[in-house]
Design a protein around this ligand. Structure first.
Ligand code: SF4
Ligand code: SF4
Length: 447
């Protein structure tokens, strides 16, 4: 990515974090301390399975923009920090490390993750984990996890398990974990299949998984199995959709739209063609939004923030899920979710979610599913591409989403545009795979 595009995306990230800062007078001039936005604190702690750790029901994950964001979460009572070697190229771990001096290490649970290749050796796992510890400025991790496991072989990874056994003996790792949101590569398995293998394997103490009201059947089978083995559970991707969509005014584009226009034109499209492509990618969302807005307003749910809160409360209502791991970028996410600690979804919200499912269910590719993969004429990782689109459109992690998509190279969704679509009608939830992938491609391709 060149300097201009980096600038555009960084500016957007800055605006998000800066917006929160201005609203709450958060950062001091030195950027090393902050004032509290409000007095909300974590109210509920749940036992994280056989780890025995009392974990805050709202926990911290994702791409913190600064060290102060980590401190702020800690001061609010969040005591579980999920990170990974790959997040922000190691900077997410570094920011937790910089905040370590302000936190009581014995009172927090830190879990980091390594994405593994089957050929990785025990020594490679040990060496990479040592660097994680150095970035996090700590002597030990409460958990070391396999990151985004997508098949049963990786669950049994010998290099990982022998490394963890050594690290446990040395006191540098306390527990083994695994995260999964479904198939990554061709031949990847569903989330339920991978997690069931992990549970039966017996060596994992905690699991991080996608869980929301649209994948509840499969996820709750996994949760029941975790309960039977006393395995700790953490939820991610709790909010599967959006209510608000960005409008597009070519004369007054948003930061991202401005960037997309610039990139289309750089690729040789005329301005009119570039505008048409962006409008095209929004059409499907506009149709869905027209169905959702009237009843959403009836329930008093008028923004994406409202939707994310209700979805998180739905997850919090299940005691078999021990903590909801929120994707944190700035102070804003902490201010949204901490007040939900100790709350549950009410009947009115359940009715809303039922209606939302009817209107939106066929737009959402379930994280963890791979039922249509075998029907793709070109072997595309359907669920993975749709997940990257989710990172972009729902989580607001545009840069990350586009960089992940770029890694697919020849296996991206450009082929959907001219394909005869033998995948048509194969999604049991009614997702129009071709249209959704083509639209994901137009969103993600310019990274
Ligand atoms: S499009 Fe449908 S069948 Fe395919 S992975 Fe997504 S939810 Fe599953
Ligand atoms: S339309 Fe896309 S997902 Fe469907 S079969 Fe063709 S290439 Fe595969």
């Amino acid at each position: 990515m060149d300097a201009k595009s980096r600038g555009a995306l960084n500016r957007r990230t800055f605006l998000k974090v800066g917006g929160a800062a201005v609203a709450g007078s958060t950062l001091s001039q030195t950027g090393t301390s902050y004032q509290k936005h409000d007095e909300s604190k974590i109210k509920e702690y749940r036992t994280l399975g056989r780890t025995g750790f009392k974990v805050s029901d709202i926990s911290f994950g994702g791409d913190p923009a600064t060290t102060e964001v980590v401190r702020y979460a800690y001061d609010k009572g969040i005591n579980y920090f999920d990170t990974a070697e790959s997040y922000l190229g190691g900077d997410a771990e570094r920011r937790i490390g910089s905040a370590m001096q302000f936190m009581d290490r014995s009172k927090i649970f830190i879990t980091t993750k390594l994405k593994l290749d089957m050929n990785d050796t025990e020594q490679q796992v040990l060496d990479r984990f040592q660097k994680c510890l150095e970035r996090m400025q700590t002597e030990y991790a409460d958990s070391l996890s396999i990151h985004a496991a997508d098949n049963s072989q990786i669950v049994k990874h010998e290099g990982f398990h022998s490394a963890v056994a050594k690290l446990k003996a040395e006191g540098r790792v306390k527990h083994a974990g695994l995260s999964c949101h479904g198939p990554e590569e061709e031949g990847g398995e569903s989330m339920e299949s991978v997690l069931t293998t992990a549970i039966e394997d017996g060596r994992f103490d905690l699991l991080l998984m996608s869980y929301n009201f649209l994948n509840e059947v499969e996820a709750e089978r996994v949760l029941a199995a975790c309960k039977a083995r006393n395995i700790g559970t953490t939820a991610m991707k709790t909010a599967p959709g959006v209510i608000e969509i960005e409008t597009f005014d070519p004369d007054n584009p948003t930061e991202t739209q401005e960037y997309l226009l610039w990139r289309f034109e750089k690729e040789g499209f005329s301005k009119e063609e570039a505008i048409e492509r962006i409008q095209g990618s929004l059409k499907d969302q506009e149709r869905t939004q027209k169905k959702i807005v009237p009843f959403a307003e009836k329930y008093g749910i008028v923004s994406n923030e409202d939707l994310r809160k209700v979805c998180a409360q739905w997850v919090l209502s299940n005691p078999n899920m021990h903590t909801v791991c929120i994707t944190v970028i700035g102070f804003k996410e902490i201010d949204i979710f901490v007040p939900l600690s100790g709350t549950k979804v009410d009947q009115k919200a359940i009715e809303f979610l039922n209606d939302f499912q009817l209107a939106y269910g066929n737009q959402y590719c379930r994280h963890g599913c791979n039922q249509c993969a075998a029907r793709c004429a070109h072997g595309l990782p359907v669920s993975r591409i749709m997940r990257y689109s989710y990172y972009f459109a729902v989580q607001g992690r545009e840069k990350y989403a586009m960089s992940k998509y770029r890694e697919l190279r020849g296996r991206n969704a450009s082929q959907c545009v001219t394909c005869k679509a033998p995948c048509k009608g194969t999604c049991p939830y009614g997702v129009n795979i071709q249209v959704n992938l083509a639209s994901a491609h137009s969103l993600l391709r310019l990274g």
